[in-house]
Design a protein around this ligand. Structure first.
Ligand code: ADP
Ligand code: MG
Length: 366
């Protein structure tokens, strides 16, 4: 099911009574989510992710704008008639019911022509339990399950009615690191097998990048960029997006363009044809540095971390806005342990320039 958001806006009265202005939780969000895809909605806490989901599932009404499922305008439809499945961060299972009863619950509430026989319900519940791999646990109570298992039950419960759209709001936040990794792969598998259009909300860029067909990066209610994870990483539209994606994070410097060349401090580090003379903010991805004896960018070495296949060179530079510069270099390179400085050349496609005025990306070269 394709989902279309059309100029979706949600304002709340400001909680701070002294402030007259409304909080614009979601600001003019327009996006067509293709049928059967998994979309990662990504941004820092408070940027409007949960509000967007509430609007899509109908728990909140938009201040303006429209929502379509396929060709149906669902903007005024109550949540129970939209056919959405929703999973929250806290699993919200019924503690006194068994796993089976929890999964059956949404089916038992179906009315009229949608109502199934008891046998049909049990069969559906069993199918879904198998899909999320909890069919061995059907007679247990939630308190007898691990966090990961509870979240699977919550997902099964959201899926059992075969929703048109599945909404997941930070579903992995309460799981430990290993389970998060495992469960996110599970969610990807389940989404592929069912083909249900899914929106996955997270503030964790790595999580969103790893499982999404497309990511939507939001900041303060405003969509910054939409695209395939790798495309957004390789071509961020502004400094915010560049900083939000990537581990280790992008290295940011104060720089200057003069005569078609980029300067960091006094080092003339690269040609940047086509950019007019100005002060700029420079973003360099950790993999954008190449160790080079006569390289133009000179940094003070503060450490070398071996990470197996790669090494991470930690250094400083007075023009760097990060406290330390992290550059990831193939482990075949050698850095003398007593070296005081390191020199780099830069890979031009890993270097981004941003305007000092509005932090928008400035393109250079071709
Ligand atoms: P996120 O899920 O990205 O952390 P939210 O969608 O929960 O962000 O919130 C977006 C903004 O809207 C925040 O500034 C939040 O304080 C505000 N907000 C959310 N819900 C309400 C509400 N019911 N009343 C007033 N303000 C709200
Ligand atoms: Mg939220």
């Amino acid at each position: 099911m394709k989902v279309v958001l059309q100029n979706l806006t949600k304002k709340f009265p400001n909680r701070n009574k002294k402030v007259q202005e409304d909080v614009v939780a979601v600001n003019d969000f327009t996006f067509e989510i293709p049928d059967g895809k998994l979309i990662g909605l990504l941004g820092p806490s408070g940027c409007g992710k949960s509000t967007t989901l509430s609007l899509i599932c109908g728990l909140q009404k938009p201040t303006s704008g429209k929502i379509f499922f396929g060709d149906d305008d669902v903007t005024e439809l109550p949540p129970e008639n939209r056919g959405v499945g929703m999973v929250f961060q806290n699993y919200a299972l019924y503690p006194h019911l068994t796993v089976k009863q929890n999964i059956l619950f949404p089916l038992e509430n179906l009315k009229g022509k949608d109502r199934l026989t008891k046998d049909q319900m049990l069969e559906k519940a069993h199918q879904i339990a198998k899909l999320v791999q909890i069919d061995e646990l059907m007679e247990r109570k939630p308190s007898e399950l691990s966090g990961g298992q509870q979240q699977r039950v919550a997902i099964a419960r959201a899926l059992v009615k075969m929703p048109r759209v599945l909404l997941l709001d930070e579903p992995l936040s309460n799981l430990d690191a290993r389970l998060r990794l495992q469960t996110r792969e599970e969610i990807r598998r389940i989404q592929r097998e069912t083909g249900i259009t899914t929106i996955f909300v997270t503030h964790d860029q790595e999580e969103a990048m790893s499982i999404s067909d497309q990511i939507v990066v939001m900041k303060a209610g405003v969509v910054q960029q939409i695209g395939r994870p790798q495309d957004v990483y390789n071509s961020p539209v502004n400094l915010f997006v560049a900083k939000f994606l990537g581990t280790p994070p992008i290295n940011v410097f104060d720089g200057r363009v003069s005569g078609g060349r980029l300067y960091i401090g006094n080092d003339c580090v690269m040609d940047v044809g086509g950019v007019s003379d100005q002060d700029v903010t420079v973003g360099i991805r950790p993999e954008g540095f190449v160790l080079c004896e006569n390289g133009p960018l000179c940094c003070k070495l503060s450490g070398v971390e071996v990470m197996g296949r790669d090494i991470s060179i930690v250094s400083t530079n007075t023009s760097s806005l990060n406290p330390t510069i992290r550059s990831i270099i193939s482990a075949e390179n050698e850095v003398a342990p007593d070296a005081e400085i390191v020199r780099f050349t830069l890979k031009p496609n890993k270097v981004f320039l941003f305007s000092k005025a509005d932090e928008a990306r400035i393109s250079f070269g071709g």
